[in-house]
Structures are given as structure tokens and as C-alpha cells.
Design a protein around this ligand. Structure first.
Ligand code: ZN
Length: 314
């Protein structure tokens, strides 16, 4: 066997291995998912009982905005709000590369942009909320997403509602360059307008929240909650590690470590975060029944923010 035959045979082996790897569709259609203890049946994690949290390792899997609203308001017990649809692909990327990505993301999520806005009533309190879908081009904020967040602030003001955000995603859209960066300013201004109307803004960090999202509207909430096992930062771990050339702590950018530094007010399991939000909203809006139990831990953890937020809400 000469060297050429060896190379060709090796090439055939590589081809065979590559061919045998499952496609994205096959992974999606599989009944199994790889988690802490190796393969685990999807139905054991992705159901309403567990709320998409692994019962063995407590990993909180991402939720779509509609699943999030279902768990918060009750199944379909809310109204999806129409948001402005702005011009796609303003920078006119060659070969329609961005338009193709948008089309694929819209087909996958059923949304026009990464942000979905909803309104509903929970415990007698009208609430406006929005959530980011990380399946929509990494949950990136483009002009449409920024306009959706601005609209959420506007209808919260019009309806005299508190606003709740479920923030995740990689930051501003690179495909819309400085136009999406402008959305950082616009969403901050929109949230500040909400605050000047004395309405509370609660942000919940979920999944992985980075870049312009944590550096704009999400970072200026009255109350900052986080779901367990969520990650929060500006630049990702690899970038920070390469730039600083430091050994980063194991819990770097985890919600639990940011609780210690005061960046978030409280970290909760997915199954309890909705109740905690309502507890704090009832206090902020002076709708709390004195006879009902208030979670002492919550009030202690957030007492500092309560002082300032009560002043806003009163
Ligand atoms: Zn697991």
C-alpha cells in the first residue's frame, strides 16, 4: 500500500464518520437529549411539570416567549401585542445572507423579531411583559426588536401597568450595525419614560444574557431577578479570559456569583420566580394583603431597592 492509497482510505473513513453524524433536524426530532447523566428522554425534561428544568441537575433549559407567558399568566391567558415591523436588511447584505437568516428565524419561532410583547392580568394586576427568543438569531436585538421593547414601555404607560422583562440573548444585531446600537439608547429612554410615570420595571435574567441587552434596558431595572443557572455579562468568558489573561473563577458570570456582588437582587428557581415577582409587585403597587404571608427572605434581599422603587411607585 503506497502513501496515496493510505490517504485515500483515511479520507473515506472521515467521510463515513461525517456522514453518520446526525443532522440538526435529526437532533431536533430525536426523543433524547444529552444532559448531566448522559442521554435522557426529552419528555422527562420538557414538560409542564418540570417547566423545562432537568430534575437531576437543575439545568434551566431556554423557554420560548409563549411558553414563558403560558407559565406566567396561565395557558393562552394573555394577549400578544402587535409591534412595529420595520424595513428588513437596512444595510443590504450581499447575497441576501441576512434576509435568509431572518426568514429561517421567523419560520422557526413564528415571530417577526426576537422580542415578543404580551399583556395580561395576574392576581388582579394588569401586567405588560416582553420576552426575548434566543432561537431568533441568538436573541439579538435589531431595530424591530428595539421598537418592540419601546412599544412594550409605551403600552405599559398607556395601560398604567408595571413592566416585566425576560432578558436573554447575545446583544445587539451585528447585521444592523450602528442602527441596532441606537436601540440601546432608545430602549433606555423608553424605560426611563416608564419610570418617570412611576411604574415599576422588573427585569428577569434568564438563560444567557450578554452584550447590549445587559448593558442597556435590562441593566436599569428597579428590581433585577435571575433564574438559577443563568449567565449574565457583557463580553463572554472566552473574550474576558483572552483579554485579561487571568484564571477566571469557576462561577464567573453566573447569576449566583452576581447575587454576591449585588448586580442581581435575588436568584430563583423557575417554579418560584413568578410568585416572587407578584409578591414584589403587590408591595410596590400597594396591593399587598396584610394578612397574606410575605417572603421575609425576598423583602430582606431587595429591601434596598424597595426603598427607591416604592418612592417611584407611590
Ligand atoms: Zn441534567
Amino acid at each position: 500500500m503506497n502513501w496515496l492509497t493510505k490517504v485515500l482510505r483515511f479520507g473515506e473513513k472521515i467521510k463515513k464518520v461525517i456522514k453518520e453524524r446526525p443532522t440538526k433536524e435529526e437532533i431536533l426530532q430525536s426523543s433524547w437529549v444529552s444532559c448531566c447523566a448522559g442521554p435522557i428522554l426529552k419528555k422527562e425534561i420538557f414538560n409542564d411539570e418540570t417547566q423545562h428544568v432537568c430534575p437531576k441537575c437543575n439545568k434551566h433549559y431556554p423557554l420560548s416567549p409563549k411558553q414563558r407567558f403560558d407559565y406566567f399568566f396561565g395557558k393562552d391567558n394573555y394577549t400578544i401585542v402587535e409591534t412595529p415591523k420595520v424595513y428588513d436588511d437596512p444595510l443590504n447584505w450581499p447575497n441576501g445572507v441576512y434576509k435568509k437568516k431572518l426568514a429561517a428565524a421567523r419560520k422557526l419561532t413564528g415571530q417577526h423579531c426576537s422580542v415578543l410583547v404580551a399583556q395580561g392580568i395576574k392576581d388582579g394586576i394588569g401586567i405588560t411583559t416582553f420576552a426575548i427568543d434566543s432561537r431568533f438569531i441568538g436573541g439579538s436585538i435589531n431595530v424591530s426588536s428595539g421598537e418592540a421593547i419601546t412599544k412594550a414601555c409605551q403600552i405599559a404607560i398607556d395601560s398604567n401597568n408595571p413592566l416585566i422583562a425576560w432578558s436573554e440573548g447575545g446583544g445587539q444585531s451585528m447585521f444592523e450595525s450602528n442602527l441596532s446600537l441606537h436601540m440601546m439608547t432608545k430602549t433606555v429612554l423608553a424605560v426611563n419614560t416608564l419610570k418617570s410615570n412611576k411604574l415599576p420595571f422588573i427585569n428577569c435574567y434568564v438563560n444567557k444574557c450578554y452584550g447590549g441587552i445587559s448593558a442597556s434596558f435590562a441593566g436599569i431595572s428597579d428590581i433585577a431577578f435571575a433564574e438559577e443557572s443563568s449567565m449574565i455579562g457583557f463580553a463572554g468568558q472566552h473574550i474576558v479570559k483572552n483579554q485579561t489573561r487571568e484564571v477566571l473563577p469557576e462561577d464567573f458570570q453566573t447569576a449566583e456569583s452576581l447575587l454576591k456582588t449585588g448586580f442581581v437582587d435575588a436568584v430563583y428557581h423557575r417554579k418560584e420566580i413568578n410568585e416572587k415577582i407578584m409578591n414584589i409587585l403587590k408591595i410596590l403597587l400597594h396591593k399587598h394583603d396584610a394578612s397574606s404571608e410575605v417572603n421575609d427572605e425576598l423583602t430582606n434581599e431587595t429591601s434596598e431597592n424597595n426603598q427607591s422603587s416604592r418612592a417611584i411607585a407611590s
